[in-house]
Write a protein that binds this ligand. Structure first.
Ligand code: GCU
Length: 629
């Protein structure tokens, strides 16, 4: 009977409109999917139990592990971690004998059958735990693309949406002493009301793409802080003040916080007050300001104590100021030019989502080799290893959330998702001196709802962090002129930004390389401008005439003509050509040339430097591209 009804149901299903059908093979859409998550900052300085390694995995395209055939959430879903038992009911899954996937890592480059896979995959891992008195335990995810639902010992503990920002789940109440298990359903199905939405020029790598760990903290602990250098009229002075707050979760009445920088013999103490924050004012003498030339990091010690408990935390932080003044960008009060490059989190050589120290050292090593003091991390927050390394190497950073192309800008649910990702990005990396710019969007269509949405985002970023500059990568209008073309920067979103980012592809998507020679720029804002994307593609090792597309010579020709054009833009204060390294994209299918890679890299995914790499390197090393003032 049941089967007959189900057969009838499936028959009925096949006639349902696509949108409704979509519901039946993935999570229900259009609901903010982040619940019960927290975010402990500076997690990489806390003692933790790593859960990285091999996890059992079940590929579940129909979400059978969660929904019954009427699409109702099951009570006995895969989160129960059941096993077939002799004489028992038909259990049709068993993690313990299922293949494994490495964590961290995307699933697409781990198994050929998952290369194009988009949908839910269930991860399962056993772990040991011993509870301690007065202690809370969190499971921390560096990132999981795109939506994830977490169960521990069959109990649902949290859900998260967004593939590039960290989150934690409090598991204190569901842990046992001894054997435990965690199950995470990760679904990288692209959804219209997602951030990003359906189309991206990067591969939709799915999975537990960054570290997973268990973190124990005292019942009263530090979960967030802001410590920044106060701007002063005399920015060169080394006798300065560091200000901010320390937020204490579970703060006891009268708990006191201390912030110390031993190397500077400086300590500030404050009582936890309103909003469980202790306000910090720390005068320091002989402070060495962070800059690309002097990426000085100080050991910072934070502590909260009360009669009942104490929590301590360390961080490695640099102190600098960044501001915009007219059309200049000032680092520690001095005009600066941002010699940069755009980077995707694609792993060099092995390809796939980058996460490891080796991935980071290779990518930023190439940046240094190129002569960069700046990098645009596109189009989403990269692994924290990247921003830590930028702090150490002295590379200033543009960090961005994937408000990319045509989001549903008129959908308030989507705005909440963007705000959530923005909040997580800023919270994780607020302590990084290298980060000077928060970007709230890339190449979004100019219309009223979009400008309203992104203006809200820019203002939200400014509220969350008034110490950094807010930007976005804008499209520019082109007018034909007698001489050639005129690029007009008058996107209304420019009003809400501190620094303008503009993308152009003269020589690739429009005109030939020499088109740059006859292109003028009409920028309708007295603000600093970063040319956030420019360039063209080449297959490494392919050579030919300078007017032959896909050759290194053609790409080099674009760079040769771009540099003089860029130098004619009076308020140009930075450049981040597209892109440091070739990266995988489903939009790039030309066989034998692209093979699912965007080939605009200055370096191939296998590390081959193209001619354009050396042209840009020379311009950066000789400082013949760009002026700070
Ligand atoms: C766009 C976009 C990038 C894309 C690039 C390209 O500008 O921002 O994400 O990869 O162009 O077309 O190569």
């Amino acid at each position: 009977m049941i089967h007959a009804t189900r057969a009838a149901l499936f028959a009925a299903l096949l006639t349902l409109p696509a949108a409704l059908l979509a519901q039946y093979n993935a999570y229900p859409p259009s609901k903010v999917e982040t619940a019960n998550t927290t975010l402990l900052v500076d997690i990489d300085h806390r003692p933790a139990t790593s859960l990285d390694g091999e996890w059992h995995a079940i590929v579940d395209p129909y979400a059978t592990g969660l929904y019954d055939f009427h699409h109702v959430i099951k009570r006995n879903g895969y989160f129960m971690n059941a096993k077939p038992k002799p004489g028992g009911g038909p259990v049709e899954y068993d993690f313990s004998i299922s293949p494994t996937l490495k964590v961290p890592g995307d699933w697409n480059t781990q198994r050929p059958d998952l290369f194009y896979y988009e949908g839910p995959i269930w991860y399962q891992k056993d772990f040991q735990h011993t509870s301690k008195p007065n202690t809370r335990t969190f499971i921390h995810f560096g990132a999981a693309n795109y939506r994830s639902h977490v169960w521990v010992n069959t109990k649902s503990v949290c859900e998260h949406e967004g593939g590039f920002t960290p989150f934690d789940c409090d598991v204190t109440g569901v842990l046992h002493d001894g054997n435990n298990f965690v199950i995470v359903a990760v679904d990288n199905t692209r959804i219209p009301d997602g951030v990003p939405t359906l189309q991206t020029d990067w591969w939709n790598y799915g999975g537990l793409t960054r570290d997973v760990s268990l973190v124990d903290v005292p019942a009263q602990f530090i979960d967030d802080y802001d410590l920044h250098l106060v701007r002063t009229p005399d920015e060169s002075s080394t006798n300065r003040t560091i200000e901010g707050y320390v937020h204490v979760e579970g703060a006891a009445q009268g708990a006191t916080v201390s912030v110390s920088i031993p190397e500077l013999h400086a300590t500030a103490r404050a009582t936890v007050g309103t909003g469980d924050r202790a306000l910090i004012k720390l005068p320091v003498k002989s402070l060495s300001l962070w800059s690309p030339e002097n990426p000085k990091l100080y050991k910072v010690e934070l502590a909260v104590s009360s009669e009942s408990s104490e929590d301590t935390l360390e961080d490695d932080m640099g102190f600098r100021t960044i501001e915009a003044r007219g059309t200049e960008i000032l680092l520690n009060g001095q005009p600066v030019f941002l010699r940069g490059v755009s980077i995707h989190a694609e792993a060099p050589m092995r390809t796939g989502r980058a996460y490891s120290q080796q991935d980071v050292d290779t990518l930023l090593g190439w940046c240094k080799e190129l002569g960069c003091n700046f990098a645009r991390l596109a189009h989403y927050p990269h692994d924290q290893r990247m921003t830590r390394a930028a702090d150490r190497l002295g590379i200033m950073i543009w960090s961005e959330i994937p408000d990319y192309w045509a989001l549903q800008f008129d959908n308030p649910v989507v705005l909440e998702k963007s705000k959530q990702q923005l909040g997580e990005m800023i919270r994780r990396d607020r302590d990084k001196a290298s980060i000077i710019l928060w970007s709230v969007a890339n190449e979004t269509p100019v219309y009223e709802a979009r400008t309203k949405y992104l203006t809200t985002m820019a203002n939200t970023a400014r509220q969350l962090d008034p110490t950094r500059l807010i930007t976005a990568a804008l499209l520019v209008r082109t007018e034909k002129t007698a001489a050639g073309s005129n690029k007009i920067v008058d996107d209304p979103l420019g009003n809400a930004l501190d620094v303008l980012g503009t993308n152009e592809y003269i020589g690739w998507y429009e005109q030939g390389p020499a088109g740059a020679d006859t292109t003028t720029w009409d920028i309708r804002y007295q603000k600093p401008l970063i040319m956030s994307e420019w360039g063209g593609a080449a297959r490494a090792g392919r050579h030919g005439a300078a007017d032959q597309r896909w050759t290194e010579e053609y790409q080099a020709e674009i760079y040769k003509h771009q540099i003089p054009m860029l130098n004619k833009i009076p308020q140009l204060r930075g450049t981040t050509p597209w892109v440091l390294m070739d990266f995988r994209s489903p939009m790039r299918t030309l066989p034998g040339t692209q093979d699912n890679f965007n080939r605009k890299g200055l370096i191939s995914d296998q590390g081959e430097k193209k001619q354009a790499f050396f042209i840009l390197q020379k311009a950066y090393k000789d400082k013949t591209l760009g002026k700070a003032e």
